[in-house]
Ligand binder design. Sequence first.
Ligand code: NDP
Length: 313
Amino acid sequence: MTENTTPKAIIIGSGPAGYTAAIYLGRANIPHILFEGDQPGGQLTITTEVENFPAFPEGVEGPELMMKMKAQAERFGTQFHSETVISVDFSGDVHKVNTSKAAYEAPVVIIATGSTARWLGLDNEANFMGKGLSACATCDGFFFREQEIAVVGGGDTALEEATYLTNFASKVTLIHRRDEFRGSKIMQQRAIDHPKIDIAWNSVIDSYVGDDLGNLKGLMLKDTQSGELRELPVTGCFIAIGHTPNTQFLDGVLKSDENGYLITQPNVTAMEIAGVYACGDVQDHVYRQAITSAGTGCMAAIEAERYIGEKGL
Ligand code: NDP
């Protein structure tokens, strides 16, 4: 595809879902452009090693995996734009997508903007990412075998991650800012009863403590009732205080659930507006894996290809 070809499809987002959709559209000879946004490669570019993506028996660094996916899409003609979409207009037959630089049009739009893990927002937080601090137990739990670690949060994600992490860690301290959990009763009980899980009620992290190499070696905890500070020695800390799906630019024009995740039609990636598809973490708060994102990206491209064929676009 040359730079001047009018796109038939616009992909918004450059994680596994967006790149996979691009590979499939490219191989179907459908001219398309892909907006990479603020963080090309998506969430995987802030993780270290990915050990659960098939075909990499020795594991692969997150950024390398994303570069490979991008190169594969490039090979089949994807036009990449390093722009962030700020608004859309899905009111006509041809959908409009606006960035801060220009307006674009295509009959098909695939939304693959992912979700962003919420962080605590502490001063030196960014310095510890990948150095003991993580927001994904499935991705990084394996690196903390026989170590003492912590999980922050009181919802289902925190309870589930704390329980899951006991498969690796010698001890998991679950840090919650209140004296009761928000998560489901059964998951609460599982965590409370677990011999490897300690619970720090009414506690928040006041600061991260690093060693000479900049790796996490502890957390300064603050009791929310007494204000008392104490250090908890841990080499790993998982922040599980929720994710925010990246849908702000849609301004509520598509159906979403109470947490903002897009709701696709049952068993497909099509949204309620013809020619609009959603794939990856922006519509999945259950699995949130690179492989499932890639899978739904593939679905979106195949559905889009059929739509373009049926409509003779
Ligand atoms: P939730 O919003 O349910 O919970 C977030 C938790 O983080 C709350 O306990 C909240 O505390 C705490 N929190 C939020 N901000 C801060 C902060 N700044 N400092 C300290 N703590 C903070 O998010 P989840 O990701 O847990 O769940 C999202 C949705 O996904 C839910 O509907 C959940 O049920 C669902 N889910 C279901 C699962 C399953 O069924 N297997 C697994 C995982 C998620 P507080 O309680 O005080 O507000």
